[in-house]
Design a protein around this ligand. Structure first.
Ligand SMILES: Nc1nc2c(ncn2[C@@H]2O[C@H](COP(=O)(O)OP(=O)(O)OP(=O)(O)O)[C@@H](O)[C@H]2O)c(=O)[nH]1
Length: 302
């Protein structure tokens, strides 16, 4: 093969501008992540990678160098902070004198097996995860975005329902008549006694978390802690005994969106490896055609 022209390195006739970011988005790539049980799992990812271009006299960057380095690092090593910092440094080294800032975003959906609440069954949950890492003037920065789906039962609706049940009880069991244990028990188990139920909604917590440098990147452990704090994550395989346990969990975790945001705040704030975060909680109301939303953050603006 003859000599091939390489127009990227040809000096420009006319000086251009420097560029804030140039690179590729949506690169198809495998990633290896810690599944939370000590095993490494592979997932299909889409990767965006960018460097800046600080030279006005150079036409373009060398996309293939970025691609090959991403393949070398992401395809073979587990996703963790040190590896991402090394990858970003390698991207910059591959563009010495051309770039002084690099960033990468990795989007994937880990599939995690989740146990049912009571039966011995289990099923799959998939969480959208975006990991963004950058290296430049301000050093290394690592941020994780993900979301948790859960059920929220309205505390106001629960209190109003209880009031209606009390009224029904007062009507069905007048104060001047003796209570029969069996009759009350049957009343409690019937739909004519428990006349009202609170509304519940599928809800989402969207998280953006910035890690302190050197902190481990354990996505699944973070998801576990947020789900435990909410108490009512959505379920996979559900038998009646699991559904009943879920009803109990909902009754024990009545939540406005404000309550959910504060629960997550407590988890993230207590984690020394998390430097800053932003949380947006959306309750997709069944009472309204609109959603109830609460946001809370530390160090990251809206
Ligand atoms: N810079 C740049 N390259 C692009 C773009 N779209 C496609 N490419 C292609 O990316 C390919 C790889 O570019 P380079 O990394 O410079 O390839 P190379 O010159 O063989 O590699 P090196 O010798 O390492 O520079 C080239 O064939 C470009 O045409 C673009 O918008 N900008």
């Amino acid at each position: 093969m003859g000599l091939m022209p390489d127009i990227a390195i040809h000096p420009q006739q006319q000086l251009g501008n420097t560029l804030d970011a140039v690179g590729m988005q949506g690169i198809e790539m495998p990633v290896l992540f810690d599944a939370g049980d000590g095993t490494l799992q592979r997932a299909s990812a889409k990767v965006d990678a960018f460097v800046n271009l600080v030279r006005k006299d150079q036409r373009g960057i060398h996309m293939s160098r970025l691609y090959l380095l991403i393949d070398e690092f992401l395809g073979r090593q587990a996703l963790e902070a040190g590896m991402l910092a090394s990858l970003l440094q390698a991207l910059l080294d591959s563009h010495r004198d051309l770039a002084d800032q690099a960033r990468i975003a990795i989007h994937f959906q880990p599939l995690i097996r989740r146990r049912a609440l009571r039966s011995g069954n289990s099923g799959w949950r998939s969480y959208p995860v975006s990991i963004e890492a950058s290296l430049g003037h301000e050093g290394f920065r690592l941020e994780l975005g993900t979301q948790v789906l859960y059920s929220s039962t309205c505390p106001a609706s629960a209190a109003l329902s209880r009031q209606l049940i009390q009224r029904q009880f007062a009507q069905d069991f007048p104060a001047d008549q003796p209570l029969e244990h069996d009759t009350v028990l049957a009343w409690l188990g019937g739909e004519t006694g428990i006349v009202a139920t609170p509304h519940a909604q599928r809800s989402v917590a969207r998280l953006r978390v910035g890690f302190a440098s050197g902190a481990p990147l354990n996505v699944i452990s973070l998801l576990d802690r947020v789900e435990a704090a909410l108490g009512t994550p959505v379920q996979t395989a559900v038998k009646r005994e699991d559904e009943q346990a879920f009803a109990l969990a909902n009754g024990g975790n009545l939540m406005f969106c404000e309550d959910a945001a504060r629960r997550i705040h407590r988890v993230l704030d207590a984690d020394g490896s998390i430097e800053d975060f932003h949380v947006r909680v959306e309750h997709w109301e069944s009472l309204h055609p609109h959603d109830a939303v609460a946001c809370v953050s530390k160090g990251i603006a809206l």
